[in-house]
Design a protein around this ligand. Structure first.
Ligand SMILES: [Fe+2]
Ligand SMILES: [Fe+2]
Length: 201
C-alpha cells in the first residue's frame, strides 16, 4: 500500500492565515477519530507544537494555534481511512480553505511514506515530535509514576533498546531531529516536560 501523495503544492496561498476555530478542529477530531489512544497522541503532539512555537520560536498566539492545529489534525484520517492517510485530511482542509502552511506541515509529517520533504520549521518540528512523542508515551505507561521524575537518561535507554516499542522507527527519529537542527536530548527533555500536562480526557 503506497501512501505517496505525488504532489508538492498544498492549499492556496490566498488562504494564508486561515484556520479552523478550536471548536471546529476538536469537532473534526472527535468525528473522525474514534480510537482514544490515537486521539490522545494527536492532542499530545498538538500540545508539543503549541509549546514549541511559543517558547522556542517566540511566535504569537495566532501562529501558536497554527502549529497546534497541524499537530492536532496530522493523523485525523488514520483511524478510519488508513489507506488514505494523509490524503483525506489534506483534501478536507483544502476544501475548507485552510492556511497552506498548516496543510503542508501535515503532508510532510512522514516523508518516507508520503514523499513530501519537511521544509518549514513547522514541518520539521511536527516530523521530529511525532514518533518520539509516541516512544515517550510508551515509556510513561511502563513507569508507575508515569511522567513524574522521568529523565532523558531513561528515555534514551528505551530509545536504544530496539525491542522496546519496536514499531517506533528510530532511524526516522534521528533523521527528523537532524532535519530540525535540534539535538535529540533537547527534544527529549522538552517532550518529557510538556507531554505529562496532556490528559486523556
Ligand atoms: Fe501519521
Ligand atoms: Fe502521529
Amino acid at each position: 500500500m503506497s501512501l505517496l501523495l505525488n504532489r508538492s503544492v498544498f492549499g492556496d496561498t490566498s488562504n494564508a492565515g486561515n484556520t479552523l476555530t478550536r471548536e471546529e478542529a476538536y469537532a473534526l477530531l472527535t468525528d473522525w477519530v474514534k480510537n482514544e489512544r490515537l486521539q490522545l497522541h494527536m492532542k499530545q503532539v498538538a500540545h508539543l507544537m503549541k509549546c514549541w512555537a511559543a517558547e522556542k520560536e517566540g511566535l504569537d498566539e495566532a501562529d501558536q494555534w497554527r502549529w497546534e492545529m497541524a499537530g492536532l489534525l496530522h493523523d485525523a484520517d488514520w483511524d478510519q481511512w488508513p489507506e488514505l492517510h494523509c490524503k483525506k485530511i489534506i483534501e478536507e482542509l483544502e476544501a475548507r480553505h485552510i492556511d497552506p502552511e498548516i496543510i503542508r506541515a501535515i503532508a510532510s509529517h512522514g516523508p518516507n511514506h508520503f514523499g513530501v520533504i519537511p521544509e518549514t520549521k513547522m514541518d520539521k518540528m511536527l516530523y521530529a515530535f511525532d514518533e518520539l512523542s509516541g516512544l515517550t508515551h510508551a515509556y510513561s505507561l511502563m513507569r508507575p509514576e508515569g511522567y513524574a521524575g522521568m529523565e532523558v537518561k531513561g528515555l534514551k535507554k528505551r530509545f536504544k533498546d530496539k525491542a522496546f516499542a519496536a514499531a517506533v522507527n528510530r532511524d526516522e527519529i534521528l533523521e527528523a531531529v537532524l532535519m530540525a537542527g535540534v539535538d535529540l536530548e533537547t527534544i527529549m527533555q522538552f517532550i518529557i516536560e510538556k507531554q505529562g500536562e496532556v490528559s486523556g480526557h
